[in-house]
Design a protein around this ligand. Structure first.
Ligand code: AMP
Ligand code: MN
Ligand code: MN
Ligand code: MN
Length: 283
């Protein structure tokens, strides 16, 4: 196991994680994570608490966000790393996105009710500490609690995904908007988990091209067992991206990977954190 562990993708109770920002940082410290980013969905509210908690540890804390984007009628996620959480442009954009989550949740609950699952809005809300960030994971936890399905993974096979009850198509930010907000806040844009998108090879390449043109810095190499880091690394090189790594940790026992469990990179890989550290610091 390498001694220096870097994890630039994780969630707290400010979105769909189950640990509050301080508990998340403490778990990362126990897992010997040296550099950690908190990247809640469309939300930066937990960053100050995480940064404060990190000062009690040896962790270098990276303020981040995971922005939901609609691209070619599909949802893709863009991480903003090293962002200024106070930036007005970023906060304005994110606030608008959160405003639409509540309405979407109401419609998700209506669909679930129609297939015989009542009261899921109230049920999901119990799992959402931050109601403004309510999303499908909170519904998934409620469906598991109700015994409708075995676990969160199984929920997304039967419900909440395209063609299934509880899937409500949603218009998130555009790719241009997401990158504009991240750059306005002084951050680096990283395309999250590209291996998880249901896009054809041609579409993936169009996405990489557009992401590059908009000033995207890196693509994330997923650590999951089914992913192929080598192929992803080749694609990153081909398109001139640096790479990032992250566990996408949400909850102990629920996640594929725990904090700090990320893809191992071959020596000499261009990483987003090395490039960031080489940048001149603002005066
Ligand atoms: P939302 O932003 O409300 O659409 O929720 C997206 C979140 O749902 C993701 O960030 C994951 O946490 C979770 N999710 C989506 N698909 C799956 C899946 N197949 N298995 C487990 N969690 C999933
Ligand atoms: Mn999530
Ligand atoms: Mn994601
Ligand atoms: Mn995530």
């Amino acid at each position: 196991m390498p001694s220096l562990r870097i994890d630039l993708h994780s969630h707290s109770t400010y979105s769909d994680g189950v640990l509050n920002p301080a508990a998340l940082v403490q778990r990362a410290a126990l897992n010997r994570v040296a550099m950690l980013a908190l990247t809640d969905h469309d939300e930066v509210g937990g960053l100050a608490q995480a940064a404060t908690a990190a000062r009690e540890t040896a962790i270098a804390f990276v303020p981040g966000v995971e922005i939901s984007v609609t691209w070619a009628s599909q949802t893709v996620h863009v991480l903003g790393l090293w962002i200024d959480p106070e930036n007005a442009v970023l906060n304005g954009g994110l606030a608008e996105m959160r405003a639409s989550r509540r309405e979407r949740a109401v419609r998700i609950a209506e669909q679930l009710e129609a297939v015989g699952i009542p009261d899921s809005l109230a049920g999901a809300s119990r799992y959402a500490d931050n109601l403004a960030a309510i999303g499908r994971t909170h519904f998934a936890r409620y469906l598991v609690e109700q015994g409708c399905v075995r676990n969160a993974g199984a929920v997304f096979k039967r419900y909440l995904t395209p063609g299934r009850p509880g899937y409500v198509p949603h218009q998130w930010a555009s790719l241009d908007q997401a990158l504009a907000w991240i750059h306005a806040a002084g951050g680096c844009a990283v395309l999250a988990h590209p291996d998880r998108y249901r896009l054809s090879v041609v579409q993936m390449h169009a996405l990489f091209d557009q992401f590059k043109q908009l000033g995207g810095s890196a693509i994330e190499i997923s650590g999951g067992v089914r992913s192929s880091p080598l192929r992803q690394l080749r694609v990153a090189r081909q398109f001139g991206f640096a790479v990032s790594v992250g566990s996408d940790f949400h909850a102990p026992g629920e996640a594929v990977a725990d904090l700090g469990e990320v893809a191992e990179l071959p020596k000499g890989t261009r990483t987003v954190w090395q490039e960031r550290e080489a940048l001149p610091t603002a005066a």
